[in-house]
Design a protein around this ligand. Structure first.
Ligand code: F6R
Length: 606
């Protein structure tokens, strides 16, 4: 993953680089570093851990150069140490890289035989030495970079500075995103427009295979075949202000609390709430003609897709194939020509989801993307975009993006039902009215926070936690378990409640909390039988249900009493108690809620 930034400026570059890196920390925070050029001399400063360590170190280091590159790392090859931190350098150049070089072992062996001495365990350092080799043999910087890139297998976005030339920076991308920023007598480069927002809003996105030669007054771009191409800048709409936590202790808590508002916006974008119908979707897709729809995503976005399967099958009678993107991309699944694939991604940069999109397009499918970042690679490569209007999500654990994905998918399923003539108009109106209630119900659930916090203190003492749910509550159980493990580091698993007796029941004893997501819907009684099975084995039950469900369950349990609501909308509302439960457990455990260990917000590697 990693975030990269480069500046050819007229002021000291280091503080500006750090400011941009703060905006890229969502891409990784294992280490950070900058390199600058001053009177042709390369200088570097790097630090293990979060950016604040680099900031502390920079206070004691005089880096005054106006040309510089910076990096924030999510470790893939090599431990998160200072020696593995970027920029990597030789006597002739310094380089930052986002991506993975798959053939780095063989290249490293080859380079070592030629006398290269490696100072890190990273895959990236081979790029630095390959370019260095070219420069040493007399090649100009652009030719040396091109020759090096031809040797690489894998994904990369890079930025390179050259000793002796304060006026030059080269960037290139294959697989990983790279944006070029145009300033007033300054030029920039970065992993995304948000990183460059304090510097400029004039942004051009490089296409896959592009190489960019930047000088202080402009840029020349060459495509994958080396032909000069125009990548004209357009005005980016991202805010230049750093998104802040407001009065909340963590971004995650702020984002949980934003859900009534952002889900409301998203629903209003797709639904005609007064008319009781879906707004016409200008997708260019005839749902009536589709035999099936294939959905692909990763992690939380995949769970949103799992919920959507129930909706599409029920509202639109449309069979759904759903896959985890990292599996789908290598399964070689035959896809119907002119069929429709749907990818779901908050960041729009997830490598596996992007690869699935490309596979589906290569198979002749149209691809629609549910994305939160409209400038992202997935948004740009998809045939049509269904935006989620969640706003920037900073907490690494996805919350508001998830419920906004659910909102978009519900609207799409209703629209598909109408287009296929299987959802009567009156039923559409009933569903639209039900979904219109979601923001209000979410606000009510947020008021349950104190009770959930008390339960979380107990959960924080457990070593393992099970989450159970049936129907659309099953993906919410999976999501609850994922949230808990990623931010509190407590081992948690989600199961379809009916699967309990097929294995996991062996784990139940008095030390095992079981969180049951059980709205009082048509499968409630089945779920209650499973709850009884847990109770009979002294399991500790945390029941998330409504009044009717709690009284019908008749078991001794910690309770989260959610308002009653139509069954179709429960996934959106029940997501909130499981998010709050994970959040307060993590706070109780004292973990880094917004930047949990080993994770990154945007997963741009396989
Ligand atoms: C979990 C989480 C991840 C992401 C996954 C996909 O809280 O955030 O599981 O959902 O990495 O990311 P996107 O949606 O950006 O493709």
């Amino acid at each position: 993953m990693c975030g990269i930034v480069g500046i050819l400026g007229t002021r000291a570059a280091a503080p500006l680089l750090v400011d941009s890196l703060k905006r890229l920390e969502y891409r990784g925070y294992d280490s950070a570093g900058v390199a600058t050029l001053e009177d042709g001399r390369l200088a570097r400063c790097r630090a293990e851990g979060k950016l604040k360590h680099l900031e502390d170190r920079l206070k004691a280091t005089r880096l005054t150069g106006r040309t510089g590159i910076g990096h924030t790392r999510w470790a893939t090859h090599g431990a998160p140490t200072e020696s593995n931190a970027h920029p990597h350098a030789t006597d002739r150049l310094a380089l930052v890289h986002n991506g993975i070089i798959e053939n780095y072992r063989e290249l490293r062996g080859e380079l070592e035989q030629c006398g290269a001495v490696f100072a890190s365990d990273t895959d990236t350092e081979v790029i630095a030495h390959l370019i260095d080799l070219g420069l040493a043999s007399g090649a100009a910087p652009k030719e040396a970079v091109e020759a090096a890139l031809r040797r690489l297998r894998g994904a990369f976005a890079i930025a390179v500075l050259f000793g002796g030339d304060d006026e030059l920076m080269i960037g290139a991308r294959r697989g990983s995103p790279l944006a070029i920023g145009h300033g007033d007598g300054e030029m920039y480069l970065g992993s995304d427009a948000i990183a460059l927002a304090p510097l400029t809003d004039q942004i051009a996105y490089l296409e896959d295979g592009d190489l960019a030669v930047l000088i202080r007054t402009g840029v020349d771009v060459f495509d994958a075949d080396g032909r000069p191409v125009e990548r004209p800048p357009t005005r980016a709409t991202v805010t230049s202000l750093l998104v802040d936590k407001g009065n909340h202790r963590h971004f995650m808590l702020k984002e949980i609390n934003e859900q009534p508002e952002v889900v409301g916006h998203t629903l209003a974008h797709y639904l005609d709430l007064t008319g009781g119908r879906c707004k016409p979707l200008d997708l260019g897709v005839d749902f009536a003609r589709l035999d099936r729809l294939s959905i692909t995503a990763c992690g939380t976005a995949y769970y949103a897709g799992m919920v959507a399967r129930y909706w599409f099958e029920r509202f639109a009678r449309l069979p759904i194939d759903i896959d985890i993107a990292s599996e789908f991309r290598y399964r070689e699944q035959p896809l119907a020509k002119k069929g429709l694939s749907l990818v779901i991604s908050q960041s729009g940069e997830t490598a596996d989801t992007l690869a699935s999109l490309r596979y589906a397009k290569a198979e002749g499918q149209q691809v629609a993307a549910v994305v939160n970042v409209e400038q992202s690679t997935i948004a740009r490569e998809a045939d049509m975009i269904l935006p989620t209007l969640a706003g920037p999500e900073i907490g690494v654990a996805s919350t508001k993006a998830f419920t906004c994905q659910l909102a978009v998918l519900a609207c799409l399923a209703i629209a598909a039902g109408r287009a296929r003539n299987v959802l009567p108009e009156a039923e559409e109106a009933r569903l639209v009215a039900a979904f219109a209630e979601v923001p209000r119900l979410m606000s009510q659930v947020l008021r349950l926070e104190d009770g959930i916090e008390a339960i979380a203190r107990d959960l924080g003492r457990a070593e393992h936690v099970l989450y159970l749910g049936r129907g659309t509550s099953y993906p919410i159980a999976l999501e609850g378990a994922l949230k808990l493990k990623e931010i509190s580091y407590i081992h948690a698993e989600g199961y379809a409640a009916g699967e309990l007796k097929h294995g996991p029941i062996a784990l139940i004893d008095e030390a095992m909390p079981v969180v049951v997501i059980a709205p009082h819907d048509h499968v409630f009684e089945k779920t209650v039988s499973n709850v009884q099975e847990v109770a009979a084995r002294d399991g500790r039950i945390i029941l998330v249900s409504d009044e009717a469900g709690i009284s019908a369950a008749g078991v001794n349990a910690d309770r989260v009493v959610v308002p009653s609501m139509p069954a179709e909308i429960t996934p959106l509302v029940y997501a909130l108690p499981v998010q709050l439960l994970a959040y307060h457990t993590a706070v109780f455990m004292g973990t880094d809620v917004d930047q949990p260990r080993n994770l990154a917000k945007s997963v741009t590697v396989e």
